[in-house]
Design a protein around this ligand. Structure first.
Ligand code: MD6
Ligand code: FE
Length: 198
């Protein structure tokens, strides 16, 4: 796993944030649900050809936004270009095709349970993750759910790349640390994960 600390300048962070706001106008945040009907504690939206969704039918990629019924907003160029350049320079994948970007929004108190990213038919392309806003405690384990985890502090502008042997490791968000960034006026944290799904 690659952790690039404060990789994005504040200027770049603001540009990516603005791109997310534009996405949110056409493809608003929604609250995904688990198979048992319970809500996720973070909100999500997507841009790109497909988006990751979750409800009582399970989790999967869909071409349709779950509340608008419309296709997801195309991925803004700034997000595409950042992901392609990160994949080429840090994950040895100059052919990376950014097909989707999942945008998670965490308010204070939101978290994301330990999981493996296994919805993608393509399990060899790297996953590029960008953090914006308040600090988060990221849990990183191994290839088995029962493997010991360690905590990594993710700050605004940090990038995580899961590639190669780390592609399938278990990970999650333990907590958001309130008021640690002034990037988001309303507080909280945004995370973008950009993938080549197919
Ligand atoms: C988050 N990130 O940072 C959640 N998944 O809010 C993820 O679940 C994640 O950071 C795959 C690759 C990188 C990630
Ligand atoms: Fe993940």
């Amino acid at each position: 796993m690659i952790h690039l600390q404060q990789f994005l300048s504040v200027e770049q962070q603001l540009e990516v944030l603005q791109a997310c706001r534009e996405v949110g106008k056409r493809s608003p945040l929604f609250v995904p649900r688990m198979k048992n009907g319970s809500n996720f504690s973070c909100q999500m939206t997507n841009c790109g050809e497909v988006g990751w969704i979750s409800d009582e039918q399970g989790y999967r990629y869909s071409t349709i936004h779950p509340t608008t019924g419309k296709p997801f907003t195309p991925m803004p160029e700034i997000i595409k270009n950042l992901a392609k350049s990160l994949a080429a320079q840090h994950a040895n994948d100059a052919g990376f095709i950014p097909q989707t970007c999942l945008i998670n929004y965490y308010e204070n108190g939101s978290k994301l349970g330990l999981h493996q990213d296994n919805s993608e038919p393509n399990k060899t392309a790297p996953i590029i993750s960008i953090s914006l806003g308040d600090d988060a405690i990221f849990l990183v384990g191994g290839n088995k759910r029962s493997d010991k985890t360690r905590e990594i502090l993710l700050k605004s502008g940090d990038v995580i790349i899961l590639a190669g042997e780390s592609r399938m490791i278990y990970h999650g968000i333990k907590k958001i640390i309130p008021s640690t960034s002034s990037l988001l006026k309303a507080g909280g944290r945004l995370n973008l994960t950009i993938r080549q799904v197919y």
